[in-house]
Design a protein around this ligand. Structure first.
Ligand code: OSB
Ligand code: MG
Length: 369
């Protein structure tokens, strides 16, 4: 068989509440939904690149360009159907991990649907439900942040991650810790600091954080290794880990003690599993990060988070935490306090709602061999 058609939809969806990190405040997000067609079956993928190149160098538009002009023609010209074959062939193109991952994911969904198995089984998952956490953005004031945290705890979340930046860090952690001495709490700086602020960051050691995520900018494994030696809090890398090689370098250099795996950031499932397996051999636990995906991308995250070395709660929350009306039915919900059940149907195991995708679509394009 061969892929008969590939469809790209460029969407915009508003968040239920703005999301602010150290680099920006956003009220909505753009992304791409990819559909691959073979023999009456549709495989779905989502591209996590954002509108602006703030988290990484990719944007929704660059991913569209790379998919349209390079990756989709590659699939048709080489008759690629197997996700591993696509991964190998796509290596000739440098970078653009999010664009590559999105098409690879669609091929994985297609493959798992043809086999009639959930993606978690295909990828070697060992769990039927995964620990859910919520990532809470920066608010206008500490009382507003405390209200939001209380709301999420009441909904059943047991791990909270806050976003930090200079001026919104030590005192915020202190306030949360005073109210919730035992809460599983971690902080994510999205690269807002530099090594000159190491002494300042060391104050966070007082709050028994699960980890401190990405204190320095992405390309700085060396300074992260210097910081980790000075801090008792485990450093976790997100933006810095863009491939298996960067993960290996980070562990050998001692730049972190935890890795956040995002399939989009590392260029697909094949690469993500290499990182997962290497971390497991190295005795370093991983967890699944999120990019405020729609239910389609988030379902893929649920499946990858079932692998054995996912040892920490994940940035995976219910549909209602992100979007008024998610693109899938039924929506993702907490199955019990702190957990989300992984769909057990074939492939992603969720049902995308075509009318909702259509309604949020700004433009679309269909490609044939
Ligand atoms: O750094 O983990 C991050 C969202 C967009 C870009 C970067 C990050 C995030 C999140 C959201 O923290 C996590 C989620 O999807 O729930
Ligand atoms: Mg992060």
């Amino acid at each position: 068989m061969a892929i008969e058609q590939i469809e790209l939809n460029f969407l915009r969806l508003p968040y239920v509440h703005f999301f602010e990190t150290s680099f920006s405040r956003a009220y909505d997000r753009t992304f791409i939904i990819i559909r691959v067609y073979e023999d009456g079956i549709i495989g779905y993928g989502e591209c996590v690149a954002e509108e602006k190149p703030l988290y990484s160098g990719e944007t929704t538009e660059t991913a569209w360009h790379i998919l349209k002009d390079f990756l989709i023609p590659l699939v048709f010209s080489r008759n690629l159907v197997e996700p591993e074959d696509f991964y190998e062939a796509a290596r000739v193109f440098r970078g653009n991990q999010m664009a590559k991952a999105s098409l690879e994911l669609a091929l994985w969904d297609l493959k798992a649907k043809k086999m009639g198995v959930p993606l978690s089984k295909l990828w070697g998952g060992v769990r039927e439900e995964i620990p859910a956490g919520v990532s809470v953005g920066i608010e206008d004031s500490v009382p507003e942040l405390m209200d939001r945290i209380e709301g999420y705890l009441n909904q059943g979340y047991e791990r909270i991650k806050i976003k930090i930046k200079p001026g919104w860090d030590v005192e915020v952690c202190r306030t949360i810790r005073e109210k919730y001495p035992k809460l599983m709490l971690q902080a994510d700086a999205n690269g807002a600091y530099s090594i000159e602020q190491a002494e300042h960051l060391r104050q966070l050691d007082a709050f028994n954080l699960l980890m401190l995520e990405q204190p320095f900018p992405p390309y700085d494994l060396w300074d992260h290794s210097k910081l980790q030696k000075k801090m008792t809090t485990p450093v976790c890398l997100d933006e810095s880990i863009i491939s298996f090689d960067s993960a290996r370098a980070a562990l050998e250099m001692g730049s972190c003690r935890v890795i956040n795996i995002k399939v989009g950031r590392v260029g697909g499932i094949v690469e993500a599993r290499k990182i997962h397996d290497y971390c497991q051999r190295y005795g370093v636990g991983v967890w699944c990060g999120g990019m405020l995906e729609s239910g389609i991308g988030r379902a893929a995250n649920l499946h990858i988070a079932t692998l054995p070395n996912f040892k920490y709660p994940n940035d995976l929350s219910s549909s209602a935490r992100y979007y008024q009306e998610d693109l899938i039915e039924p929506p993702i919900v907490l199955s019990r306090p702190g957990y989300i059940r992984v769909p057990d149907g074939p492939g992603l195991g969720v049902n995308p709602v075509p009318e909702r995708i259509e309604r949020a679509t700004l433009r679309k394009e269909i490609f044939k061999p």
